[in-house]
Design a protein around this ligand. Structure first.
Ligand SMILES: CC(=O)SCCNC(=O)CCNC(=O)[C@H](O)C(C)(C)COP(=O)(O)OP(=O)(O)OC[C@H]1O[C@@H](n2cnc3c(N)ncnc32)[C@H](O)[C@@H]1OP(=O)(O)O
Ligand SMILES: O=CC(=O)O
Ligand SMILES: [Mg+2]
Length: 725
């Protein structure tokens, strides 16, 4: 049901949501809102379409070039990309001038959590992941090994617990060291003349090597129960409780160590969700509204208990000299809008065309964010009263300029001061990486981050050169020259544009949510490379990754980053082709792995509307799969198929084989629809099939059009029959 408002047709439910909930109390009247919205659609919908046409035009020219230019000649290729405007002429040097940026983004370095915004339980957990228990994160993951009785057991395992304590105190020795002693020797922490004094087991006293690291406490000054430390701009709480089951076994009464973890969280409306219609969009918008008003809650059963989760309060302390102060209890929230590709039925033009979804997201998520400015909001989000929108999947600087202009108009519509809406630019398409300087320039007054979304970026790498030849194996992409150059070039470009202490330079997702030991070993390389933030898939990962930001002084590292931009740009244009002749076993492995990932992800997307899942690979390692990883797998298979590395029959056979494996993996899920004996009917199976076999023709290799189509079919089927085929 639609309501005609001026020249727009707005879904009745969206209209009611906007008028009764989103516009309520923000000082924008509904008449001018709809009038302004209509003008924005008139001004931007056509321009959006032209940008998509330009993507198509360039891809066609590139495809034709590859068909005519065999063998591939890198020198000629680079001149060609420049000639066709794919590589842009660069603007003069400049520095960004974004103002009103919260300290979590401008001054602090730490993990960035991402969470699907359609899941209120997860979203609340993410917002509260500003602080995380190091003891829980270590105890609950593989960081502590399973040797000599240290493994997890049904109840509390004191051997494992002791390992956790040992590990955590060694971490304290590293980041807030004591003079001539270790934290495990302490029997009592106390306040002495405004400083921390530590009494050791031999009866002597010591203090911190860097006394300024101690900045406050909670509890009675004579015996505080919480000690607050600051190191490289982020905080650590040492919790004391001698009556606690853990604290009572600890000589100093330490019951836990809390780390400031997810400084920022991206509430995702894009690749981690499955939103195909107005109903889905409304669920997302309502959760965002609840977060901005501070009232969101989620009730659920966990381990036999009913839990209601709400947003965490700020944390109150006394400084060493007794002055009260507080720290934020919640992550600073950013919202990732969708990109420029898709349109939504939620708003239609008078001639029956769907409006670009990115335009609707920009207007509605900004409007909703205004609720966090309201005094009545239970918890404000941005101390600077800024709105943070992350914009994904933009190709080149004209698309960034489009978003920048759109944000200007949204600010005018909502009566917000210019550049209230900040922009995070995902550097995740090849045309953006190669023209990053120009892209940043277009958003220079509102940009707050660039982030290497290497997953989408890999999908785009494959699709752009689809016709050039067979690509290297998927896992080899991570070490390929183009990717290394892209990661370095992003940091360098951000620093040259003045991002240090103004904006985030972010790095991509750790996509193995259960492999925390490996994460601790490898993800330190991201801050070491100059990134002030990096993505994590869960609050636990945020807590553990926070340790890296205590070990690495990112702001100091950023002062010493150098590199040759033009060399990096040349390397980025190296196409990851391979002339290797793979053995049957290698081909089999690659197909199994990609197809298992595709099916495992798609079946939950299509049948259950879940946009981000943990799916085991062929070695049984759970991998975070979202639309970007799906893009890689489907594009990779389409590429190998196109160049004869594998046949249609091999892929079809493997789809059937893996369908049975995926059924087994989901055996515990009561909502799961089997696909292994249902190939001809399963809509999810059809979607997976199409993603591979029509992969080469998909716009920039994106998976959205096919996923949306089949999910809508599944919803229709469900509405009609109450079950899925
Ligand atoms: C390329 C890109 O665009 S990457 C960006 C998109 N990716 C993401 O957003 C990743 C988000 N992460 C997730 O959705 C999940 O962590 C998954 C799907 C990877 C794994 O989910 P699950 O298998 O359900 O996780 P698992 O069972 O280990 O843990 C669930 C618990 O962790 C919490 N949790 C897991 N991930 C998150 C998260 N991102 N934010 C908040 N809480 C989370 C859940 O709230 C739940 O705890 P609860 O029972 O107290 O509510
Ligand atoms: O959005 C992130 C990515 O890697 O893609
Ligand atoms: Mg992405």
């Amino acid at each position: 049901m639609y309501k005609e408002i001026g020249k727009l047709k707005v879904a009745q439910t969206l209209c009611e949501f906007i008028e009764e909930e989103a516009l309520n109390g923000v000082g924008v009247d509904k008449g001018s809102f709809w009038k302004g919205f209509e003008q924005i659609v008139e001004e931007f919908a056509g321009r959006n379409k032209s940008l998509l046409e330009e993507r198509k035009r360039l891809q066609k020219i590139i495809d034709d070039w590859h068909e005519k230019n065999e063998p591939f000649d890198p020198g000629r290729y680079q001149s060609f990309l420049k000639e066709i405007g794919y590589v842009e002429d660069e603007v003069e040097d400049f520095t960004i001038s974004t103002s009103g940026v919260d300290s979590e983004i401008a001054n602090q370095s730490g993990p960035q959590l991402v969470v699907p915004l359609d899941n209120a339980r997860f979203a609340l957990n993410a917002a509260n992941a500003r602080w995380g228990s190091l003891y829980d994160a270590l105890y609950g993951t593989d960081v502590i090994g399973g040797e000599s009785g240290e493994g997890p057991t049904a109840g509390y395992n004191p051997v494992r617990g002791n390992k956790v304590i040992e590990y955590s105190k060694a971490f304290l020795d590293e980041v807030i060291p004591l003079k001539g002693a270790q934290h495990r020797q302490v029997v009592q922490y106390s306040l002495s003349d405004g400083s921390l004094s530590a009494k050791l087991s031999d009866g002597s006293n010591t203090s911190l090597i860097n006394p300024e690291a101690f900045i406050g406490y909670q509890g009675d000054a004579a015996d505080p129960h919480t000690w607050l430390f600051k190191n490289y701009g982020i905080h650590i709480e040492l919790k004391i409780d001698r009556d606690d089951p853990i604290g009572s076994t600890d000589e100093a009464g330490v019951k836990d160590i809390l780390l400031e973890a997810a400084l920022t969280t991206i509430m995702d409306c894009e690749d981690a969700v499955a939103a195909v219609d107005t109903e889905d969009k409304l669920k997302i918008y309502r959760n965002w509204l609840g977060l901005m008003q501070g009232t969101l809650s989620a009730s659920f059963e966990k381990e036999g208990k009913r839990i209601t989760r709400v947003l965490a309060a700020d944390r109150e302390y006394q400084s060493a000299n007794g002055d009260p102060f507080s720290l934020k209890g919640r992550s600073l929230l950013l919202v990732r809008n969708v990109g420029h590709l898709m349109t939504s039925e939620a708003v239609m033009t008078a001639n029956g065309e769907e409006v670009p979804e990115g335009i609707i997201d920009a207007v509605v998520t900004s409007l909703i964010a205004m609720h966090s400015f309201d005094e009545k909001s239970a918890y404000g989000n941005s101390a600077e009263k800024s709105i943070y929108i992350v914009k994904p999947k933009m190709h080149g600087s004209k698309e960034v300029a489009f978003t920048n202009d759109l944000f200007d108009r949204v600010e005018d519509l909502l009566g917000l001061p210019r550049h209230t809406i900040k922009m995070g630019v995902m550097d995740e398409e090849r045309r953006t990486s190669l023209n990053l300087k120009n892209c940043i320039f277009e958003a220079r007054e509102r940009i707050v981050f660039i982030n290497t979304g290497f997953l989408d970026r890999t999908g785009d790498e494959i699709h752009t050169a689809m016709k050039a030849g067979a690509m290297i194996r998927k896992n080899d992409m991570k070490t390929a020259n183009w990717l290394q150059a892209y990661e370095r070039s992003n940091v360098l470009q951000g620093l040259l544009a003045g991002f240090r202490q103004r904006a985030q330079i972010g790095k991509g997702m750790w996509a193995m949510p259960d492999q925390m030991k490996a994460m601790l070993e490898q993800k330190i390389n991201q801050p070491l490379s100059g990134a002030s933030t990096a993505w994590v898939p869960s609050p636990t990962a945020a807590t553990l990754h926070a340790m890296h930001f205590h070990q690495v002084n990112v702001q100091e590292i950023q002062l010493h980053i150098t590199g040759n931009r033009s060399e990096l740009r040349t390397q980025m244009q190296e196409v990851p082709l391979s002339d290797h002749v793979w053995s049957d076993k290698e081909i089999q492995e690659e197909l199994e792995n990609n197809i298992q990932g595709i099916l495992g992800y798609v079946v939950r997307w299509i049948d259950q509307g879940i946009g981000c899942s943990k799916v085991p690979d062929i070695h049984g390692t759970g991998l975070m799969e979202d639309r970007a990883t799906l893009r890689i797998s489907s594009q990779h298979l389409a590429n190998w198929l196109m160049h004869g590395v594998c046949t249609e029959e091999q892929i079809t056979g493997m789809l059937k084989k893996m369908a049975k494996v995926v059924d087994e993996q989901n055996i515990q899920d009561p909502n799961y629809r089997r696909i292994g004996d249902n190939y001809d009917n399963s809509l999810a199976f059809k979607a997976a099939h199409e993603l591979i076999f029509s992969g080469a023709e998909q716009p920039n290799g994106y998976t959205e059009p096919i996923l949306h189509y089949w999910r809508k079919e599944a919803k229709k089927e469900y509405a009609k029959t109450g079950v899925l085929k």
